[in-house]
Design a binder for this molecule. Sequence first.
Ligand code: UDP
Ligand code: MG
Length: 322
Amino acid sequence: MAKQLDILVPFLNERESAIGFCALASGLATQARQRFGLETRFVLIDDGSTDDGGRLYEEHLQGTWTLVTLSRNFGKEAAILAGLDHSEADYVLMMDADLQHTAEVALDMIGRILADPELDMVYAVRADRAETQTLGRYLANGFYWLINMGQRYEIPANAGDFRIMSRRFAGAMRQLRDQRRFNKGLYAWTGFRQQRILYKPAERQGGTSKWSKRRLIAFSLEGFTSFSVVPLRMVSLFGGAVAVLGFLYGIKILLEVLFTGVAVPGYPSLIVAVLVLGGLNLALTGLVGEYVWSALSEAKNRPNYIVKSVSQSQKAAGVRQQ
Ligand code: UDP
Ligand code: MG
């Protein structure tokens, strides 16, 4: 029997690129069959779109597909999990709906994972990122350095969700039901043998990126609090260091008063100490709060997403009934 390939595509308001994507998708499915003998099915996840993009896919997508519509926008990470839950193929490929992920790179990844049975994941890393040295890049590098500090696995920089995984890798991913999902971390945590390839994403075709600066910062914080204890440890160390310095300074003042009899004029040092320590205290309470909120989200144990409806192409429905 032919091996199965499921292609997961989460989308949110991608009406403008929907028709273009359908063309890319049918080309990709044909190539996958001709070159690798794979039977392809598309698993589209409508992550709470408010436009009618979903209907466009239903009308224009050639071949086998399943459309899972979520009850609202749950975020790309949860949408991908929904796709995994609705997939049972030998290989699962994930790609964006905005045509930034090209068929050539996808076919390259398919070829690699098929060629090596020991390989359970191939992921694409953005090659264009390394060239630009902006402030954002420095911050991102710092982020990866911190989050990977002292871990047994490494979260690679500049790798997103453009990946292909084996059935057993997909099964492992399905078991990870983190509420605050940070996919990059989950892929790394899962392990297995993974291979990276470099790619240059195409320009977005229509619509806008869903990632604002604010969302990126919030997402990084979520990543940290679910994958790293380093910030808390650094804070403890820093707090300890400040306390020791404060203590030494206190001894110095005491000795001065005892031996010279001069009381140190205190106002500036006092106000600096109060402001610095007060500010640090507030910031650190906030940081601890992030971890507490993370723990609370897990404790509530809500489902990661809610499915509103599932529809299938004729062919997919036929296969299911057998
Ligand atoms: N997306 C989604 N839910 C969201 C945000 C994004 O399903 O809450 C989809 C989006 O439609 C696209 C993919 O995730 O197919 C990548 O999003 P985007 O292009 O905005 O990210 P970027 O390419 O800018 O990193
Ligand atoms: Mg994009």
